[in-house]
Write a new protein. Structure first.
Length: 421
């Protein structure tokens, strides 16, 4: 759809909406995470207000990050003080923490009451914020993990491009053959990715492991054989200097310092818009000993459990996660992937229209959503537990401790701490 057609669509929606807009606005709805200076966000807010006379949306971006603080901390302070916004558009593990602390409204009864078809949303995204049957967020956008690769480097090395059925062994072989060394050290790594819990999760799951016992979240399982297999696979590539996990970032991949980069699908439109100075390839996650697994991230809307304008807040969340609005956002910018699975074919088409070279690449992303994404794990005492796991993972990647010793120490400490919760 061209720009003129998109403008016509917006105009039609406003003409329809303006007819129902009358009367003084008497409910103030505070929303964090939407920038009213953004053209699309401003238009959506205006459209919502036109359709819901009596609701005045006061929107602002997430609080800016600064040394010693960030938006998560600032909003946590506001929740404790009873001054948090009514609706928050955000992402990440902090939403789970807010839910467990009782700060977020359970949306499941509202969805049932109003007949919201939750089956249309990406199901892992819904499971991500479901605790004991309560649903604390409605997702608006989703992303997953893929392997980006430099096709030019593969051709130079005489390697076939990764196929649908490539495996961990293939990945290791490719990383070794694509690594370039000089007398001063590694000039180009075959593979790079961040070594944090989020990025490790798919490898653990692909080996058949899990972070904790689903029946008892106080029992961490990183000392099991499946976890050791995943850890040793990554640690072995780090030791062989064919994998970089510290400081891995998209910038050096663009500068051709890595042949492959494991990262989120959110980088795909970024790489195509730059564009990268080589032919870009996108491969699915390789098949591990037990399965093929990719991570899932989502952006979501949550409602403050303390809000005194619950009905207005729920109407706004329903509006912002509706097929109509997600389609409008898709038409404005095909870089974001809508959380409604019904819109994925449109995303592929719209993405290919914007990026003619991207149709094949986008199909890899949709296949992951349909077949093998898993949610990010959330723990009891989530932030502290995650920090300890990340520290233990970095000790392994740096070679400071062997896998069995590092994990046995970690599991012993965590299980003791969590048993008291």
């Amino acid at each position: 759809m061209g720009r003129s057609h998109r403008a016509a669509l917006w105009t039609l929606l406003f003409v329809v909406a303006i007819g129902v807009h009358a009367g003084a606005q008497n409910v103030v709805l505070r929303v964090s995470g939407l920038d009213p200076e953004n053209e699309v966000a401003a238009q959506l807010i205006e459209l919502f207000e036109a359709r819901h006379p009596g609701i005045d949306v006061q929107a602002a971006p997430l609080p800016p990050s600064a040394p010693g603080t960030n938006w998560e901390i600032e909003l946590s302070v506001q929740f404790v003080a009873g001054s948090a916004p009514d609706v928050i558009a955000a992402y990440g593990s902090k939403l789970y923490d807010w839910a467990e602390m009782g700060f977020l409204q359970d949306l499941a009864p509202l969805a049932v009451r109003d007949g919201v078809d939750l089956s249309l949303f990406e199901q892992e995204a819904l499971r991500q914020y479901t605790i004991d049957g309560a649903l604390y967020a409605l997702p608006s956008g989703v992303s997953t993990s893929v392997i980006y690769y430099n096709k030019d480097m593969f051709l130079e090395a005489g390697l076939p491009f990764p196929g649908d059925n490539w495996t961990w062994d293939d990945l290791r072989e490719y990383a070794a053959r694509l690594t370039v060394r000089t007398e001063s050290g590694v000039q180009r790594y075959g593979l790079a990715f961040q070594g944090t819990l989020l990025y490790f999760n798919p490898w653990l799951r692909a080996a058949g492991g899990i972070f904790f016992d689903p029946a008892d979240k106080r029992r961490i399982l990183l000392d099991q054989p499946e976890a050791f297999e995943a850890l040793e696979f990554i640690a072995g590539m780090v030791r062989d200097e064919i994998l970089l996990v510290e400081g891995a970032w998209w910038g050096p991949f663009h500068e051709q310092q890595y042949a492959m980069l494991y990262d989120g699908s959110w980088l795909l439109p970024h790489f195509l818009r730059l564009p990268v100075p080589f032919e870009l390839g996108v491969a699915p996650m390789p098949i591990g000993p037990a399965d093929r697994v990719a991570f899932l991230n989502s952006s979501s809307y949550v409602i403050n459990a303390q809000t005194d304008v619950l009905d207005a807040a729920w109407q706004f969340v329903r509006f912002m996660t509706s097929e109509e609005v997600l389609r409008l956002q898709l038409e404005a910018d095909p870089g974001g992937i809508p959380a409604l699975s019904t819109l994925w074919p449109e995303w592929v088409s719209r993405f290919a229209w914007e990026f003619p070279q991207g149709r094949e690449l986008s199909n890899v992303v949709v296949d992951a959503f349909n077949n093998y994404t898993v949610t990010e794990p959330f723990f009891l005492n989530n932030q502290e537990t995650r920090a300890q796991i990340d520290a233990a993972l970095m000790a392994v990647w740096r070679g400071a401790k062997p896998v069995p010793i590092a994990m046995e120490e970690l599991v012993s400490a965590l299980n003791a701490q969590l048993s008291n919760l």
